[in-house]
Design a protein around this ligand. Sequence first.
Ligand SMILES: *Cc1c(COP(=O)(O)O)cnc(C)c1O
Length: 356
Amino acid sequence: MPRPLSATIHTPALANNLAIARKYAPKSKIWAVVKANAYGHGLARAFPGLRATDGFGLLDLEEAAKLRELGWAGPILLLEGFFRPTDIDVIDRYSLTTAVHCDEQLRMLEMARLSKPVNIQLKMNSGMNRLGYTPERFRAAWERARACQGIGQITLMTHFSDADSERGIAHQLEAFERGAEGIAGARSLSNSAAVMWHPSAHFDWVRPGIMLYGASPSGVTADIAGTGLKPAMTLSSELIAVQTVQPGQSIGYGSTYRAGQAMRIGVVACGYADGYPRVAPEGTPVIVDGVMTKLVGRVSMDMLTVDLTPCQNAGIGSRVELWGTNLPIDDVARSCGTIGYELMCAIAQRVPVRAE
Ligand SMILES: *Cc1c(COP(=O)(O)O)cnc(C)c1O
């Protein structure tokens, strides 16, 4: 028998979340962002739930090729662009759209031999200071791109740093409008947070990622309460042992937890080698046998331990939900000092994943 740990991908939840993204931005076309192997869900497994999108956004040329093999004939956007002249052959072969964020990329496109022009998203650095042309240099870049034989449609793109937080997007929207003033072409600005919380930034194309997987752009579950977004991944396992410890006895490596009274401890088949964070502290929520309880002791490579005090009926074989339909991934992430994005992307290769 394989270990009882598995991740389940909920295809109807993906479809539901995509429909919700459309409701938020009804006039925009959608790039469903499936980078990082569809945020850990698996590109091939996520594809059926997201195929009603207008296009897919990702990073790896290999993932783009895989989407074509899955039968996707629509637009595919390389969110980070390309790195070497040989990448352009792949872009040409698979008819990919690519971000262009620097002169080196424009130069490679000018030198390229192509079977047809490449559609690009010309990226402006409106304040994130990661990729793109400053507003001051944007027009010159656009003119150079327009003069390039190998370039077809040019969409204007930028990315927000604070669409999920207090600072907001006004300063970047202002910079974008300034740099893009008088330039024709479609606009592509909004990540999930802007799709949900900044309708003024929707324009022609939006680029939701995390919301499609049913987690919060801010990492705070309460921020997506009432939106109808549903978790697209459940990580579940079983109890493989139960220990009764006496007052003063410790649990696991480093003896980080000491029982205050006699208590039952459940041992779960899931550890940091499965992608469950080792930094998860005591108190991190876990559901055992349908009852909310907490992690105690240090997460080890293949196992973790939970307090069975509230789970009177739990025993070997009881179902454990690490995160998913009943336990928002952001609640687990928050306890670990991170966001749902990181946990879902970190699901280890050895975890069996199935779609339903
Ligand atoms: C990852 C990414 C997105 C999606 O961001 P979410 O916060 O997951 O919605 C959108 N645009 C770009 C350029 C990205 O890299």
